[in-house]
Design a protein around this ligand. Sequence first.
Ligand code: ADP
Ligand code: XUL
Length: 849
Amino acid sequence: MAGRGSLPEGSLFLGFDSSTQSLKATVLNNELAIVASEIVNFDSELPHYKTEGGVYRDSTDDGHIFSPTIMWVEALELLLEKLKPKINFSKVVAISGSGQQHGSVYWKKGSQAVLSSLEPSKSLLLQIKDAFSTMKSPIWMDSSTTKQCREIENAVGGALELAKLTGSRAYERFTGPQIRKIYQTEPNVYEDTERISLVSSFMASILVGCYASIDETDGAGMSLMDINQRTWSNTVLEATAPGLEAKLGNLAPAYATAGQIAPYFVERFQFDKNCLVIQWSGDNPNSLAGLTLNTPGDLAISLGTSDTVFGITAEAKPSLEGHVFPNPVEPDGYMVMLCYKNGSLTREDVRNRCAEKSWDVFNNYLEKTAPLNGGKLGFYYKDHEILPPLPVGFHRYAVENLDDASSDNLIEREVAEFDPPSEVRAIIEGQMLSMRGHAERFGMPNPPKRIIATGGASSNESILKSIAQIFGCPVFTVQRPDSASLGAALRAAHGWLCNAEGSFVPISCLYEGNLEKTSLGSKLAVPAGDKEEDRELLKKRGIRALAAMDGSVGGGGAEGELTAQETALYDRQIRVWGSMPRRGVGSLSLMDDHMVTQDDLNVNFLNPLDESIYGGRSRAEVCCESLKDFNPMVRVSDEKGDPSLIDGEFLDRFDIVVVSGASLKTKLWVVFQVLLVTFSCLKGRDTKNSASCLHFCFQKKPGRETEQQELTYPSLQEAISVPWNNLPRKMTELYFAMRVLENYELSEGRSPGETTLSDTPAVLARMKDMCDKMSLHESKIPSALVERLLAAGKKEHPPVCAILGGILGQEVIKSISCKGDPIKNFFYFDAADGKGVIEDIPTPPPPAN
Ligand code: ADP
Ligand code: XUL
């Protein structure tokens, strides 16, 4: 059977890794031993591109991150020059490579001809630099395509449908949404593009002197490929951009030959003309090969610019979180992966701020702080995070009662800062806890049999120790932290062998029984966290703290249903509310038939400013679209109709009804129909929380104990009918003024806000009349206040809406979670003095029999 022995004596296999911050190379001999390695660091060795961490961040387009395409070409030339004195290129029989996943390159029309006629006497850069329709390559760090993601998902029937079809829901960094953005925002670039390559197929194209196919594994990171058929999906192609298939070319398996090396490299660097170029693939798939990951119980953690967690699986079971790609070295299998954007660069940021810019100091802090960090937990997002999808921000929490058996007693407090050693432990533990929680949810082994760590930070033993503690399993490393270029060199040998055999051969036959004698064998770096303190850490903290803080575990719902978006929602709720409700908002319906007007644009940021979008459409319809973008896991819909006519059957579908800007008649009708907690927000000035269900049970934390409590409310009708002389003496003037306005509007058949300053005399007369009847001195309702309310008319005041909206949002969360005391039962906010007042209306005595 074909095996390592079939590799020609004295032959070399060259593997590249075109990653975010550098281009690396590893060379293996026919015994699979590393004989050379090299690196070109983009920032320091190609400083004229002025990249930071290999990328540019566009300050004018939030989340837009790209790299200069030609920098990668120049790096390839420089790396080959640096390798030349180290190895004999004529001995290289096969080359393969790894590219940062998802990044894309746009070849201009006519570039195929340029690529196939490169002159060896001239530099690559000089000849290729004008071959692109855009010089900017969007890369995996980009998060600017949320709109395109939602459009593609909607076009194929939702996020889960897209995941089932392609292996992942749409992610901002995936190539399909990036292509769609270019098609929409730079149509000339799209039109002028003859071919779109991934970073991997781009580099392969240069080496073979013609457009190389995209390999099926990296192709699965585009949101364009049918994961089961391994062909482009027409449905998604159509949803992405017109005429796209022609620009993508064919797909090929990762072990296939892309072609023979181009004459340019034969003449300029003396490669053998028969040297094969094997399909390049993504960096994570190459790492999977380089780590020889072939046992389902194994988990790999790559700590590079991004952090990734990956393993192998026999079946593709995509869900709303994580990714499924074809296994690059096993045609029938799959790889599963999670990806974090805040990896090494975020750790570096903490090192630079808190540890004198030194990994030694960083490690010293990590070693001297105890597991659990005294309850100090942190989540650090230097960049918009992928998992969970959260904006930039650092969040530190002090958690009390971590020792208690029940997570119910955990008390979390958000704090502004930690001492430097705690900050160091908080970032490492926070990252690893999140990996563990999400990996478990995604069905990855728990605990893994072992973890193989790779990437730049895997050379840091203190970090590896934390991994062992948190995952509760041994951590292994391979000879070099760059498993992607090592994997590429191994795949070069594998591709060469498949080519020689004329069909696929398992990659393991290259090293089976001999792994330890090659450079691929992994070594135990840290044994399983089996010390007493490690066991304690897992017991106390493993799941519970994560559930409470990052919200990624155990949040209810059917299998796999707690999505990244749900996690994000929990995270936001945690920040707003300090603890995690077990249930989130599943669906939201808006009912408002009013057409969007110019005035609405000023007060409601959910309305797009573009008249071609909002023109002639109802507020509910337009806001619905924007809200979907906010939180794609919530089903948002608009309901047509008149709220004053809705019936109990319709309302029965909802847990909470929020009525805003409606007449008293409508509010009473809805409350009557719902017999549930109802909030009312009238013209941004009057918010009541009144319930006809009379009782509301919730949990309160007076001290450290959680207590079950119950509140009794009068109904809305009762709360506004209490004789005024029975009300507390200090009752806010707004309560009375609002009753006068409601009474006037009701009798005149007016909608809220339709009563204006011209009605002042009539309204003041009504006020006098009501005061007389209720034995309230007229001075309790200043006429200036009534005039102010009338002057406001239908106008909304954004700052007031923001305050009332915030309060209302909290009440909704309290109501869903049954945690914390709700407002009982009116909240008034007067913009004139900036004061908010809660008025508790006494429950009327039961009627006498
Ligand atoms: P990529 O291939 O994604 O560009 P690498 O795998 O080469 O990235 O990792 C580079 C990162 O490794 C650097 O950003 C650096 O922060 C990190 N790194 C290097 N040495 C250490 C160390 N001793 N401790 C922690 N992180 C390290
Ligand atoms: C994976 C991902 C990153 C890049 C980093 O989906 O986006 O890991 O591959 O190079």
